[in-house]
Each structure stands twice: as C-alpha cells, then as structure tokens.
Design a binder for this molecule. Structure first.
Ligand SMILES: [Zn+2]
Length: 70
C-alpha cells in the first residue's frame, strides 16, 4: 500500500480523519471545521472530499453489480 496523503493539501498523513480510506490531515480538518461555510474555499474542500469519496463508492457499486449478474 502507498502512503496516505491528505486529499485536500496532498501532504503525507501520519494521522487525521479517514473517510473510505481517504485521509484528511488534522490541519485541513481543523480548517474545515472552523471555516465560514459561504466561502469559495469551503466549496473547494467539499468538492475535494466529494470527488474522492464518490469515486470509491461508485467503484464499490460496480463490483457489487457484477457479482449479482447471474
Ligand atoms: Zn491537508
């Protein structure tokens, strides 16, 4: 397995929160929590998270569909 990197800033992770095996470093996590929700930056963060997680969820669904095929 490769090194885990923050999906927002790309920094190598030693700890931090994990969502579907994707990481967010404590620095970005803190920024996200304290962030004003009306800023473009917040939208950017959300987009990063959504894109990274959506990809994984879609892949999992495809695998499930294949196994139910017959
Ligand atoms: Zn980060």
């Amino acid at each position: 397995m490769g090194k885990q990197v923050c999906i927002i800033c790309g920094k190598t992770l030693n700890n931090g929160i994990m969502i579907y095996g994707k990481g967010i470093c404590p620095c970005c996590e803190k920024r996200l929590i304290n962030m004003d929700r009306d800023t473009d930056f917040y939208e950017y963060y959300k987009e990063c998270i959504r894109k990274n997680i959506a990809e994984l969820v879609i892949r999992e669904e495809e695998i499930n569909c294949q196994s139910y095929r017959f």
